[in-house]
Design a protein around this ligand. Structure first.
Ligand code: NAP
Length: 531
């Protein structure tokens, strides 16, 4: 007989979402168990240890704000923190709030089933351990299920194949190695310059060229840190008024109402400053194609000026809308192609044919390599949930419900799946915002919801189908207003063969979304059935 362990709330995932959820629920006096597949905390920052991994939101903003002392005592060393520093921060959070004693590591959840009569969730791990609780919170992360595209022959490749999102903890030494990188998204753009420094040769297989803006990363000095700490409250409050939940200057001026010179001055200023705020220069960049073209052409000119070989520069110049796929932030990416041992192969029209025992075959030419790196991204937003066998009312599976695309009420709850919450689920702003405040907002909403239920003596909460449908319609209508919905990105699931094309995150902005969540909670959970 398998022993069933009982808790008040089961939380899956020990990234920032799962850790903060545990902390909040404990403060309510609840008995909580967090199950985590890895052997440490940190989620995204635990798994993505590839060379060059770094946050593209400034570290002073990509940090938790629920605890003043935590905020004041932690010192970020760089403008954009590298993965090891963020992982250290995650571990610091775990230690500071004594979280580890309620986190079970190396526990990958394989199924979560709702028992309608008992009104409990039963969770089973791959090792066969069982847990039961009235509430279950999935804090799985939005970019945590690696996308492994199928390539014929991959099983015959003689050397190691790595995925950026599942990087070996001991690291990889590319010294003297011939390396292939497949993919040119953010992970590739960060890792390619570093791999190139070590490798004997590097061949990059590019299906879609990407826009990258220089990070202009630098160390943070004591005066800057002191000033930020003095004014943290104001900075955080201002950030929460911005659509992205990040404090940077968005200008309420249209590119198409500005002169060519004004546009160039603004783009140059933002290029020099570095980072994602490049697209905040004009309000129409993500809404009007002609406006977007002006920014796209500016970056293409930069690429042509940075890359010596005009043919390679042409291949690196993206044709699509800038910011449609997530904009990348780089440290010397384009310049890497000036190195004599780095080669770019375009596989946009003719895909990679196969992986052979010795390398990669494309355009009928075999590139022999010792190591292959898949920088092929994630089955974003729904992948991690769908990889668990989640069963709601009447034994209905979540992946079956989401067969035609994710449907969720506010990205927080799903009709047919009572007492189940998702942190930054599809339909929430999540990946279009600064993840940490978005995580905090979700956790606090869920915490309050569970607390309100307990106070009112109710035992079950479930999103209503009508509310869910209305929200999904609103998410879709809002997405259609933006140029972001028109290209083949992971936002619409286009990177995973067979995945339904639905714009998954909510593009209406952080303040509007928070107001909606507040409104729902204040109206006794409008759109939810409570019993
Ligand atoms: P990604 O943006 O989805 O990029 C995956 C790359 O692999 C794309 O270039 C894609 O080409 C290519 N690819 C996929 N399947 C392929 C195939 N069968 N053949 C050839 N190429 C293939 O994934 P990612 O770079 O891991 O980034 C995902 C997201 O994670 C980012 O957008 C960002 O939100 C986040 N991230 C953030 C940071 C940061 O904070 N700085 C760093 C890394 C990741 P297509 O474009 O043609 O599909």
């Amino acid at each position: 007989m398998v022993e069933i362990k009982n808790f008040d709330v089961m939380v899956v995932g020990a990234g920032f979402g799962g850790m903060y959820m545990l902390h909040k629920l404990r403060q309510q006096g609840l008995k909580v168990r967090v199950l985590e597949a890895g052997d440490g905390v940190g989620g995204t920052w635990y798994w993505n240890r590839y060379p060059g991994a770094r946050c593209d939101v400034e570290s002073v903003q990509y940090s938790l704000q629920f605890d003043d002392d935590l905020e004041q005592e932690w010192n970020w060393s760089e403008r954009y923190a590298a993965q090891p520093e963020i992982l250290r921060y995650a571990n610091h959070v775990a230690d500071r709030f004594d979280l580890r004693r309620d986190i079970q590591f190396n526990a990958r959840v394989s199924s979560a089933k709702y028992n309608e009569s008992a009104k409990t969730w039963s969770l089973t791990t791959e090792e066969g351990e069982q847990f039961e609780a009235p509430f279950c919170v999935m804090a799985l992360g939005c970019l945590s299920a690696p996308n492994h595209p199928h390539f014929d022959g991959a099983e015959n490749f003689k050397g190691p194949i790595y995925h950026t999102g599942e990087w070996p903890h001991e690291g990889v030494n590319f010294e003297g190695k011939r390396v292939a990188v497949i993919g040119t998204g953010s992970s590739a753009i960060q890792s390619i310059p570093i791999i190139a420094k070590q490798a004997k040769s590097l061949t990059v297989f590019q299906r879609t060229a990407n826009y990258a803006i220089p990070a202009n990363n630098h160390n943070l000095d004591d005066d800057y840190i002191a000033e930020i700490k003095k004014t943290y409250k104001q900075l955080r409050a201002y950030a929460k008024t911005m659509p992205t939940g990040v404090a940077f200057d968005f200008r309420d001026i249209a590119a198409l109402e500005s002169t060519d010179e004004e546009r160039r001055t603004e783009y140059q200023k933002r290029w020099d400053r570095g980072g994602l705020s490049f697209l905040g220069g004009f309000k129409d960049l993500l809404f009007v194609k002609e406006a977007n073209d002006t920014a796209a052409e500016f970056v293409r000119e930069k690429i042509r000026s940075l890359v010596d070989d005009p043919k390679v520069a042409d291949m690196l110049c993206p044709e699509n809308i800038i910011g449609c796929k997530r904009l990348c932030v780089d440290i010397g990416y384009y310049q890497t192609y000036n190195l004599p041992h780095v080669k770019l192969i375009d596989v946009s029209k003719n895909p990679i044919q196969r992986i052979t025992s010795k390398g990669v075959l494309a355009h009928d030419i075999e590139t022999e390599v010792d190591t292959i790196v898949f920088a092929t991204g994630f089955d974003a937003m729904t992948g991690a949930l769908n990889r668990i066998n989640i069963e709601g009312r009447n034994g209905r599976q979540l992946r079956e419900k989401w067969h035609g695309g994710a449907r969720s009420y506010l990205g927080l709850a799903i009709a047919g799946f009572p007492n189940l919450f998702t942190v930054t689920g599809p339909g929430s702003p999540s990946v279009l915002t600064n993840m940490l405040p978005s995580i905090e907002q979700h956790v606090e909403w869920i915490d309050r919801c569970i607390s309100d239920l307990r106070k009112s003596g109710k035992t079950e909460i479930e999103a209503e189908v009508v509310a869910e449908n209305n929200w999904v319609d609103h998410v879709n209508e809002t997405a259609e207003l933006s140029l972001r919905s028109v290209c083949s990105s992971w936002y619409v699931g286009a990177n995973v063969p067979g995945k339904p094309r639905v714009f998954m995150p909510y593009i209406g902005g952080f303040p509007r979304y928070v107001a909606k969540c507040e409104d729902v909670a204040s109206k006794e959970y409008d759109g939810f059935q409570l019993s």
